[in-house]
Design a protein around this ligand. Structure first.
Ligand SMILES: Cc1cc2nc3c(=O)[nH]c(=O)nc-3n(C[C@H](O)[C@H](O)[C@H](O)COP(=O)(O)OP(=O)(O)OC[C@H]3O[C@@H](n4cnc5c(N)ncnc54)[C@H](O)[C@@H]3O)c2cc1C
Ligand code: FES
Length: 267
């Protein structure tokens, strides 16, 4: 369990500077903390109070999407009560936040990095891509990005701005290849043109995608990591509501994650 001192050190108020609707149900929230906060790293997340009253009582977890000059951004989809309230926030509104929380993607400086995003998994994966691109000495990462439809392929301009041309697959074939992004990645890894030992994989997306990716990386012996999303009540290791089974026992996604080695997750 985290100490209260630790929690208080991560607690801050942030002002909404923009809350932009990107496409149906998808928003980009820009927050500016009212005090200096700890440095954000890709993989970190924030627990955000969407309302100052008691309903809803629990904060909601959101990944760091990208850091900005005066704060950070969250990319989110409206799925229920909390995110609906969040989508109605306007510039000047103040939110209570805890963070940055959680670990980061352990990028291998000697490897070529492959990033895999499924749907809203692009939220932390974009931040990771941005940080790799801006790290001197690291090679440009490859991005495999799956979405339900072409309309839900987000961050196209921001990816182009950092010279990343994603390999895209959509369920309905309206952008990129039709079908499953893990199958597209598998074809690339098995093409014979690359040495898989020189690659590491970093992913975020829906559980079925991560499970398939984990089976693939285990089969090919490639090192891989995934940022997991579990329902979270506290976000600070107190309620044990976010545990996952791993080969090293039960782990709290909020405290020991959210990033775990793919070969340690028991699906
Ligand atoms: C570490 C972490 C990072 C996350 N990052 C993002 C992000 O960058 N962008 C984003 O849009 N969402 C993200 N999520 C999911 C986000 O927290 C939930 O969508 C949000 O809490 C839903 O709140 P709600 O009140 O709108 O929905 P609720 O009314 O609480 O739930 C609506 C539906 O969403 C499901 N749901 C609720 N919480 C989660 C969850 N944690 N994971 C999966 N399904 C959930 C419920 O089962 C239900 O079906 C993240 C979750 C975690 C744990
Ligand atoms: S959310 Fe409470 S322990 Fe992780």
């Amino acid at each position: 369990m985290r100490s209260w001192k630790y929690v208080l050190s991560k607690l801050f108020k942030a002002v909404v500077t923009e809350n932009k609707r990107l496409i149906k149900d998808h928003y980009l929230l820009t927050l500016s903390p009212l005090k200096k906060i700890k440095k954000n790293r890709p993989g970190n997340f924030f627990m955000i109070s969407v309302e100052s009253g008691l309903d809803p009582l629990l904060k909601r977890p959101f990944s760091l999407h990208r850091s900005t000059k005066n704060g950070f951004q969250i990319l989110y989809r409206v799925v229920g009560k909390g995110t609906t309230i969040l989508s109605n926030k306007t510039p000047g509104d103040i939110l209570d936040v805890i963070g940055p929380l959680g670990n980061t993607f352990p990028v291998n400086n000697k490897h070529r990095n492959i990033l895999v995003a499924g749907g809203l998994g692009i939220a932390p994966i974009f931040g990771l891509a941005d940080s790799i691109v801006n790290s001197p000495g690291l090679e440009q990462p490859l991005l495999f990005y799956g979405a339900r439809t072409g309309k839900e392929v987000l961050c196209k301009k921001n990816l182009a701005d950092i010279s990343i041309r994603p390999v895209i697959a959509t369920d309905d074939g309206t952008a990129g290849k039709k079908g499953n992004i893990v199958k597209v990645l598998e074809k690339f890894l098995k093409s014979g043109s690359i040495n898989v030992n020189e690659y590491s994989i970093y992913a975020c997306g829906p559980k079925p995608m991560l499970k398939a990716l984990s089976a693939l990386t285990n089969k090919l012996g490639i090192k891989g990591y995934a940022a997991l999303e579990q329902s979270m009540a506290c976000g600070i290791g107190t309620c044990l509501g976010c545990v996952v089974h791993t080969t090293r026992g039960l782990k709290c996604v909020c405290k020991e994650g959210p990033v775990f080695p793919l070969n340690e997750i028991v699906w």
